[in-house]
Write a protein that binds this ligand. Sequence first.
Ligand code: C2E
Ligand code: CA
Ligand code: CA
Length: 406
Amino acid sequence: MDSQDTQKSFKAGDIIMSQGESGACAYIIEEGQVAILIERDGVTQEVGTRGPGTIIGEMAIVDDAPRTATIKAIKDCEMLEITSEDFTQRLKTSDPVIQMITQVILTRYRDTLTRAEILGESLTYPPPETMERNYAARTDVVESVKIANEFKAALDNGALDMHYQPIIDLAKGHVVGFEALMRWTHPEQGFISPGVFIPIAEKSGLIVEASKWALEESCHALKRIESKVKSVAPLHMSVNFSSHDFAEADFVTGVLGTIEKCGVNPEQVKLEITERLLIQQPDNAKDTLQACCDAGMGIAIDDFGTGYSSLSYLYYFPIDVLKIDQSFIRVMYKDERSLELVKSIIGLGKNLNMKIVAEGVENIEEARLLQDMGCDTAQGYYFARPVSEDDVVDMLLNWEPLKLSA
Ligand code: C2E
Ligand code: CA
Ligand code: CA
């Protein structure tokens, strides 16, 4: 799929889809109007119209049955295309209850349509157009489908980038590794924050493909960086993964295959995951993390302290690194309780033989305080922002070991 496929224009009079044909896509109408035509015994009847904010052709992409109606544009139309491939991917990665309910509702709806056709019942109440339009307005569905389609196009067209933020050894003042962070510069809207596109990529299931790409890109980058820069010890690369990635049956083989293909030692790779993922799929996560750990990779818990979970999972899962969330670092100076919390997390990590990374360190005072508390490593704007691979190389070539003590 490329970017032209997602937005479609039709002129008044165009046939958008034909009754009896198989359907590979549905459309959300953004502008214009269409007529729904049903042919029976050689006679074609108009059974309704649809306008902006409504969806057409959705049944065929779900159950692969032939189109039950012909859709004809009666005004010039702008449509947003949802392919059956995209829909299947979304459904596959959704909650099993949602999958089941979707299938059940659709089967019952098909039955109702068939019954109505046989008995000549009216299908006009409640008016589907109003229901769909209200739903679309309520959920911002059009906007998120649009962003998801554009994100998919960016993924296919090589328009995504990875940036790398150095992680610093606080005692020695040098760079020990990086966190890989995804960047998307939209052709019209410019920089889009990962805080916006990552949740949409997760909901649409596109995150799985994006994570595969991110891992491969980051491992290649690590090899290239190492070939240009001499470091005291092998550098590591920390890559973010979501619960959707973990739900894939071939996740571990895929990750290991990529690392091997790039010629990176698995010990240089860390998987960053959140506490939420561990709580959502504990059994699956345990096996997956153990397999990653057995292969030599490290496991880092991201945004540690924000997950409201029981601490017992720290024993249950093979975890190497705790990343203290930046919200605690931010208020550490002003708020005694946050300071105590950070101190406790550092102590906890040390007792459990884990490394600690403090996130979001923005000034030297925070860095010193963390070092005094025995924190191993830190990451934040004070040391370096996330930058491109070329800038990482320049930065490392000119790196002066930081001296934190006053
Ligand atoms: P995160 O994993 O917690 O990543 C750290 C975020 O903090 C990054 O934001 C980074 O730019 C920002 N940051 C680093 N140092 C500082 C600092 O000193 N001060 C402040 N205020 N912020 C700092 P970014 O790049 O906008 O990413 C946001 C979130 O998007 C990430 O949070 C992560 O959850 C997600 N994300 C980014 N890239 C990926 C990816 O490749 N895959 C996945 N699954 N998620 C990603
Ligand atoms: Ca992270
Ligand atoms: Ca984080």
